[in-house]
Design a protein around this ligand. Sequence first.
Ligand code: URA
Length: 431
Amino acid sequence: MHEPFAAVDIIRDKRDGRALTPEQIDWVVDAYTRDVVSEEQMAALAMAVFLRGMDTAETARWTGAMIDSGERLALHVSRPTVDKHSTGGVGDKITLPLAPLVATCGAAVPQLSGRGLGHTGGTLDKLESIPGWRAQLSARAIGRQLEEIGAVVCAATDTLAPADRKLYALRDVTSTVESVPLIASSIMSKKIAEGAGGLVLDVKVGSGAFMASLDEARVLAKTLVDIGTAHGLPTRALLTDMSTPLGAAVGNAVEVAEAVDVLRGGGPDDVVALTLALAREMLALAGHGDVDPGPVLASGEAYETWCRMISAQGGDPDAPLPKPRHVHVVEAPASGVLTTLDARAVGVAAWRLGAGRARKEDPVQAAAGVRCLAKPGERVEAGTPLLELHTDSPDAVPSALAALDGGIEVSDRAPEREPWPSTTVLDTVRS
Ligand code: URA
C-alpha cells in the first residue's frame, strides 16, 4: 500500500513545535494501528507531543482517529443513555452506587470500565470480588441489559479504540502518560466510541489524582469537555477532591460493601454527596433534570436495581464478600486533630497489601485494602485505631506501613472541623 506520509516527517514537525494537519493525524494513528508506524516512531512522537503539546483542533482530531481505529458500540435503547468517567482516585467506588441510581431515575447507563493499574483501583476488580460476577459481556448482552435494567458495568470490548490500547501501553513504558492532550484523547476516544448520549466527567484533583493542582485539573477538564463538544457529545466535568480517600474503604470487596451501604440509604457523607452531585449532572444531560436522585437513594430503591444488575452478570448480590486472612491496625500516633490522611499514601498501601496490580497480568486479592476509621478534621486520641490494613499476605504489611510514612499527620494545634471534605465538588466545567 502506498503511504501518503513518512512518520519521521510527522515526528520532526511535532518535535519542532508545529501543529499537525488533520491528514497527518489520521494517517499516523491509522498507520500505527496497522503496525506501519513502528513502536519506536510512535514513542518519539508521543514524547514530542508530551513536550510540545497539541492544540484543541489537533487533540479533537487525534481522538477521532483513535475512535476510527475500531468500532463504535451501537446502543439501541429506548431510554436516554448517559455515562460517567472518573480520571481515577483512591477509594473511588462511585460508579457502583451511581449507575443503578441513575438507572432507577429513568436514564440508561452503559459503563465500560477498566482494571486498576498502580495506586488507583479498577471498577472491574472491585466488582469481581462479588462471587460469580462476570465482567465480559457481548455487545448484544450489553444492549439487552441496558434495555431491561438500565445499568451495565462491564469490560470494554477489544474493538473499542484499539489504537488507544496500543498507545496507552507504549506511554506507560515511555514516561508519556501525564500529557493533557494524550490523557484527554485516550479517555474521550473510548467514551465517544461507547456511544452514550451524554457524558459527565469526574476530574480528580489532589495527591491521589493525575492532576495535583486545581489549575492543572481545570486544563484537563476543559480539554475533555472541548473534545466532547467537537464530537457532538454533550459533556460536563466536575472537579472533585482527591487529597484524601473517598469514603472509608479503599480496595476491592471493602469498597463494594461501602457502595452497598450507600445504596441502602447509608454510607459515608462524602460518597453520598459525590454520588448525588454526579447523578444530578447525568440526569440533566439525559433530559431528566426534574428528578431528584436524593430521595431515590435514601429510599433504597436503587439497591433493587443494583441487585438486578449484579445478578444479570452472574453475581450473587446476597453472597458474603471475601474476608481478609489478616488485619493489621494502625493506631493514631498522637492525640489531636487528624490534619492529613494522604490519598496517595493510602492508595499505595492498599495496592501493596494486594488490592492492586503492578503489571496488567497480575492477579488482585479481593479482600485486600484499607479501612480508614477517621477523616481529616476529626479529633483522634493517641493509640486509638486509625486504619485497618486488610490482606491475605501478612508479609505485605511492612511495605504498606512504609507507604503510609509521612501520609498521616495529627496536630494538637489544628482546630477540629467538619470532617473534610464536606463538599467534594470544587468546580464545574460545562460546554
Ligand atoms: N485513563 C485513560 O483511559 N487514559 C489515560 O491516558 C489516562 C487515564
